[in-house]
Design a protein around this ligand. Structure first.
Ligand SMILES: [Zn+2]
Length: 114
């Protein structure tokens, strides 16, 4: 059983380009390793634009969600603020009549004006 050359990583990382290329020219194991590394490198180059586009799209989606949430809460709060029946129901459990508010009313619940 022959031992596989394990110098590729060390040479690739620490040796200068000339030493690395010289070893690569003479060593079959490292040539195979180098081919694998180049394939991975090509793959990364190919995938990178797609990955960046995906990241951009996600950022746009997040902004759209935030804007939607702000519009929804602003609308909801606006409706509650300007529609007193809704805010009365939330605060007191029922809508308030003119009588509840302390105005003099007749038998039909209308405000009496003298
Ligand atoms: Zn080698």
């Amino acid at each position: 059983m022959t031992n596989k050359c394990t110098k590729y990583e060390a040479l690739f990382t620490f040796a200068d380009e000339k030493t690395f290329q010289e070893h690569l020219a003479t060593c079959k194991d490292c040539q195979a390793e180098d081919a694998k590394m180049n394939a991975v490198s090509e793959l990364i180059k190919e995938v990178r634009p797609h990955y960046l586009k995906h990241k951009k799209d996600m950022a746009k989606l997040k902004i759209a969600c935030a804007v939607f949430a702000m519009c929804l809460s602003a609308t909801t709060l606006g409706v509650i603020n300007f529609n007193t029946d809704i805010s009365d129901t939330i605060k007191y459990g029922t809508t308030l009549t003119a009588e509840d508010l302390g105005f003099p009313v007749d038998a039909y619940g209308f405000v009496m004006v003298e």
